[in-house]
Ligand binder design. Structure first.
Ligand code: IPE
Ligand code: IPE
Ligand code: MG
Length: 244
């Protein structure tokens, strides 16, 4: 159940760029990895809060196609944390009615991670309380390229002239869920870093200096309150949308 009236709609889909783990650790003279570990706790708080608010979909940017360029040791630690989370957190998510999906090219991950992803997706496939999408080895540009290739494979008889945004959309990640209404980026940077660039064409953006390990329920509510102040016009005039 949504906690808000129709005048203050809860975003149906929230996307989050979870940034600032490294700086959180550096401020405390700790290795970057400690920030990533703390970040997992923030993640649990945010999932719980989104479930309480009645958000239908939550998409979290966990690892970008560009993050492979980080030092090998950090990449290894991040992979370790990913596997640990899959091993330890999935049953609880399942109990809470969460449907887990991983978007991005998973073939680059270890066999163990791929097996746990497949198991988690199958286990939670019928859950309806919250769609939790984890973007891992995900890049928005790669998603668009794979969509074009998939469209061409599915319609070998079509000329490229038949390609339109409408026909391409079903081939993009998360086409069965509505586009994000709200994007939150923690850590102070005001950029999108190749996250869901197609799906966020009309998303409302919320940037906060709070570092991801410090992000909590109150911060989710602040972002939602900011979203509720916005007038979404989708190209129309203010008069048009307010008369709907
Ligand atoms: C986000 O935190 C986590 C990942 C990108 C995997 P960062 O590791 O980017 O933290 P900062 O931006 O260096 O502080
Ligand atoms: C974006 O954060 C990717 C994730 C949060 C997974 P980055 O820290 O990689 O982004 P840039 O490099 O600052 O743009
Ligand atoms: Mg960063």
């Amino acid at each position: 159940m949504s906690e808000s009236s129709n005048d203050s709609p809860i975003p149906r889909h929230i996307a989050i760029i979870m940034d600032g783990n490294g700086r959180w650790a550096r401020k405390r003279m700790l290795p970057r990895f400690v920030g990533h570990k703390k970040g997992v706790n923030a993640l649990k708080r945010v999932i719980t809060r989104c479930g309480e608010l009645g958000v239908a979909s939550l998409t979290l940017f966990a690892f970008s196609t560009e993050n492979w360029k980080r030092p090998q040791e950090e990449v290894n630690k991040l992979m370790g944390l990913f596997l640990e989370a899959l091993q330890n957190e999935v049953s609880k998510l399942h109990e809470n009615g969460v449907r887990l999906r991983v978007i991005g090219d998973r073939s680059a991950f270890s066999e163990a991670i791929q097996a746990h992803i497949a198991r988690a997706e199958a286990l939670t496939a019928d859950n309806r309380r919250l769609n939790l999408n984890v973007a891992a080895n995900y890049g928005g540009r790669a998603d668009i390229v794979q969509a074009v290739k998939s469209w061409q494979k599915a319609h070998p008889e079509e000329s490229i002239e038949a390609l339109t945004p409408e026909v391409l959309t079903p081939f993009l990640a998360l086409s069965d869920q509505c586009d994000p209404d709200l994007l939150i980026r923690t850590g102070g940077e005001q950029r999108v870093s190749n996250f869901m660039i197609w799906q966020m064409a009309y998303t409302e953006y919320y940037f906060t200096p709070t570092l991801w390990p410090d992000f909590d329920e109150v911060q989710v509510d602040l972002a939602v309150a900011s979203y509720q102040q916005r007038e979404r016009r989708f190209g129309q005039t203010s008069e048009q949308v307010s008369s709907c």
